[in-house]
Design a protein around this ligand. Structure first.
Ligand code: NAD
Length: 457
């Protein structure tokens, strides 16, 4: 057995050491899930739903402790940890409300003794390799509908959110999900790679493009259903008729919430030249008001950077932007430890020659670029290899819709940003990934349609 050390990114203190999986234990767990899945699928849907209802009750009962655990290992400000757990409850409710209709067998033809039906059967054994930044959201988006639809789940939390992942397993088991129907697998990338080598029926991944591309390459010849929810470089355009103060406050929050470590963080802002100076001033003022500090403190807005190597990525983007002529308006440096800290950073006078405007930052840093109008804004918004979300701020609905219709992104926002709804599909274009979670499509994705052709003798 290997060992995994869990550190607090805000203090660098060792929280605990855990036994981690290796290739041999991963194979044993995969075989156990395979053996357990048919019996789980035979459990009536009402009982599977009752387990998830009890899981929801368990999460609610322990919400404060679960929030503190997540904040301890990820550095997420405690209020945001609570927000995530409360948000999870709404997602669970949505899945519970919708799953019956998604699993009902459909009769699509019945004439002259011939009946045609579509049955929705589970994929079988699915793997979920997860990210650390919203572990309850990105994990729950997969394992809640996967379990409801009769799948067994091998769940690998990120090595940066393992205690949270183990709490999920404990609460699911306490709620009645059999031990071998939901199995937590502990470890880093090598354990993820061992998981993907097993005989599995689906792999649902949330993480970086680099890892997603490796997984896609490995699974390519094996005909395993693959979903990849990857990074973004999400743009927003602020038109000259927008309310400058409201847009600046909303976008500063969209860029810096969770210390900028959200897949749908606002990562590029384009502002019409007529309001550029006023917008930049209001934006910088807002960011300067964000309180950075102990993630456990109630008034902390900017927490720690979860992964220490990301500090070097942020520093490189700062150096590149400065070398190419950007104006630094706030922050720009890592802060003294212990722990991983980076000052909220705002650049103006940026352009697309800069890494800051091309590659995912995943930290509290943003570039604001001046544009001459809608045509240039649209061209720049689409000048990216990613396509997760995009937004437009203007009171003019027709103008916003006309622009957003031409943007390549899975989700588009009018006068809002950094928003996810259980009722809407969550997906990306380009290097932001393939497949989707959430909405009714995000339940159906854990099933396969089986076509029945039935002729009366
Ligand atoms: P990561 O790619 O470093 O790790 C993700 C997971 O993959 C971890 O569990 C890790 O242990 C595992 N892994 C690493 N190497 C592997 C390998 N070779 N084979 C199998 N598994 C392997 O990403 P991260 O740092 O955890 O997450 C940050 C990224 O996730 C950002 O790019 C962010 O935008 C993205 N993200 C996307 C969404 C979305 O919904 N699109 C949501 C959250 C995060």
């Amino acid at each position: 057995m290997n060992t995994l050390c869990i550190h607090n990114p805000a203090s660098a203190a060792l929280i605990t050491q855990l036994g981690a999986d290796d290739a041999a234990s991963v194979a044993v767990k995969a075989a156990a899930a395979r053996a357990a899945q048919p019996a789980w699928n035979a459990v009536p849907l009402a009982e599977r739903k009752a387990c998830i209802v009890r899981f929801r009750t368990g999460v609610l009962a322990e919400l404060e402790t679960l929030a503190a655990t997540m904040t301890g290992e990820t550095g997420k400000p405690i209020k945001m940890s609570r927000n995530e757990l409360n948000g999870l409850l709404g997602r669970i409710d949505f899945f519970l409300q919708q799953v019956d209709a998604q699993l009902a067998t459909e009769t699509v033809y019945a004439e002259g003794g011939m009946t045609e039906q579509i049955e929705h059967i589970p994929l079988g054994v699915v793997v979920n390799i997860s990210a650390w930044n919203y572990p309850w959201f990105v994990g729950g988006n997969v394992y809640v509908p996967a379990l409801l639809t009769g799948n067994a789940v091998l769940y690998k939390p990120s090595e940066y959110a393992t205690l949270t992942g183990l709490a999920m397993a404990r609460l699911l088991h306490a709620a009645g999900i059999p031990q071998d129907v939901f199995i937590a697998v502990v470890g880093g990338g090598e354990v993820g790679a061992a998981l993907q080598a097993q005989k599995i029926d689906g792999l649902f991944f949330t993480g970086s493009y680099a890892t997603g591309a490796k997984i896609a390459q490995a699974l390519g010849p094996r005909m395993v259903k693959l979903q990849l929810e990857l990074g973004g470089k999400d743009p927003t355009y602020v038109c000259e008729d927008a309310n400058v103060q409201n847009a600046a406050e909303s976008l500063a929050d969209g860029a810096m919430y969770n210390t900028g470590q959200s897949c749908c963080s606002v990562e590029r802002i384009y502002v019409h030249e007529k309001i550029y100076d006023a917008f930049c001033a209001a934006f910088v003022d807002t960011v300067k008001g964000f309180r950075l500090g102990d993630p456990m403190a109630e008034d902390t807005y900017i927490g720690a950077i979860t992964r220490a190597p990301q500090l070097a990525v942020l520093e490189a983007q700062v150096a590149d932007a400065l070398a190419k002529g950007a104006t630094l308006r706030s922050g720009g440096t890592r802060l003294p430890g212990p722990g991983n800290w980076f000052a909220p950073t705002v650049f103006t006078e940026v352009n697309h020659s800069m890494e800051l405007m091309r590659e995912e930052s995943f930290g509290p840093i943003i570039g604001i670029q001046k544009v001459s109008g809608d045509a240039q804004a649209l061209q720049l918004m689409n000048d990216t290899r990613y396509g997760l979300t995009a937004g437009v701020f203007t009171p003019d609905e027709a103008r916003a819709k006309a622009l957003l219709a031409q943007v390549n992104a899975g989700s588009v926002y009018w006068n809002c940003c950094d928003r996810v709804s259980p009722r809407l599909p969550w997906s990306g274009h380009g290097d932001s990934g393939v497949g989707l979670t959430l909405s009714t499509y995000g339940i159906a994705t854990f099933t396969r349609p089986k076509a029945w052709h039935l002729r009366q003798a």
